[in-house]
Design a protein around this ligand. Structure first.
Ligand code: TRP
Length: 335
């Protein structure tokens, strides 16, 4: 079924297993508001996926709502895209079961994420962790998505989705659209403030600035940011020799809308003691409206509920169409 607008369909799932940070924001997230204008977008909180590793129920519930509020605060207007919670649309689990039966043990065994995660959670290598890619394929195929924005770590999952979809289509006809991975052209790669050789990550909280963090904590993290051990002590962009300073330049440039040269010029002759707090202040300023809006939304539970209910309804209308076709093709008796 073609959608009425004829726009291409873009879909992305986000696991509510952590908090958003500056790296997420200056990377992909900042560009999403523009994407919802250009594509028919579906964004969902992939809560079904998160329980492949143990979660604290209260924390999971809180994070799901927090993340929903943060996304809206970052400019994902729920009137312009379909924003929902995966477990609210039963078709995801229903199609996942069918796809489980068209996904091979050998294929799943080769997934690098499965190998990594089972090594890290040796005491909980559950069947869900293993069949996770079939659920993710269901997420994508239900909406006949054209594009799935992915990082390196998820590319293999989009590939297996295509393989499973083609296998199904070869047997039953053109039921599923084959999705393309969508690699963002823009978006900064923000590094950790405490270990600038690694990407900013919530697993290294000292080097990570969270979207909802208090200004004083953000400033403190920037004041302590690792610069470099050379004696030059000057603000110059040179990612190899000066990874820490270059990362701060990148952050400052992204936060203020300046080029790297502008930043170098602005801090020419000034030391890190001036530069680091200035970057902190700039980050506090870009995050302030997001934090305030997130807090405002979180205080309005009735509004958030209305958003995810409406989102689930719109999503289910599309998803159920695909599911009904699939059920019919495989030979299930119509209820
Ligand atoms: N597996 C993705 C991740 O861990 C989340 C996800 C679930 C997803 N379903 C998806 C991403 C569908 C894109 C499309 O980040």
């Amino acid at each position: 079924m073609e959608n009425e607008t004829q726009k291409k369909v873009m879909l992305s799932g986000i696991q509510p297993s952590g908090e958003l940070h500056l790296g997420n924001y200056l990377g992909p997230l900042q560009h999403w508001p523009a994407m919802i204008e250009a594509y028919d977008c579906y964004f969902f909180l992939a809560d079904l996926h998160t329980i492949t590793v143990r979660q604290d129920p209260a924390v999971l519930r809180r994070r799901t709502l927090n993340l929903l509020a943060s996304y809206i605060a970052c400019g994902l207007d729920p009137e312009k895209c379909v924003l929902f919670v995966q477990s609210h649309v039963p078709a995801h689990s229903q199609l996942a079961w069918v796809l489980d039966c068209y996904t091979m043990f050998g294929e799943l065994s080769r997934m690098t994420q499965f190998k990594d995660k089972s090594a890290r959670n040796a005491d909980n290598i559950n069947a869900g962790l293993f069949t996770y890619p079939a659920l993710m394929a269901a997420d994508i195929l239900l909406y006949q998505a054209d594009f799935v924005p992915v990082g390196e770590d998820q590319k293999q999952h989009v590939e297996i989705c295509r393989d499973v979809a083609s296998r199904f289509n070869n047997i039953y006809g053109e039921i599923f659209k084959l999705p393309e991975p969508y690699i963002a052209k823009v978006g900064a790669r923000i590094m950790s403030l405490s270990a600038p050789e690694s990407k900013m990550s919530k697993s290294m909280p000292e080097g990570c600035v969270f979207l909802l963090e208090k200004p004083e904590d953000i400033l403190r993290k920037f004041k302590r940011a690792v610069t470099d051990s050379d004696n030059e002590r000057c603000v110059r962009y040179a990612p190899r020799e000066k990874p820490g300073v270059s990362n701060l330049i990148q952050i400052y440039a992204a936060a203020t809308g300046n080029t790297y040269e502008d930043v170098e010029r602005e801090f020419d002759g000034k030391g890190y003691g001036v530069f680091k707090p200035a970057v902190g202040e700039a980050v506090v300023e870009i995050l302030r409206p997001i934090r305030e809006e997130t807090e405002r939304l979180l205080a309005d539970k009735a509004y958030l509920e209305s958003v995810y209910r409406a989102g689930a309804e719109r999503a289910a209308a599309v998803a159920n169409k695909t599911l009904r076709k699939v059920y019919k093709k495989v030979g299930f008796l119509a209820p």
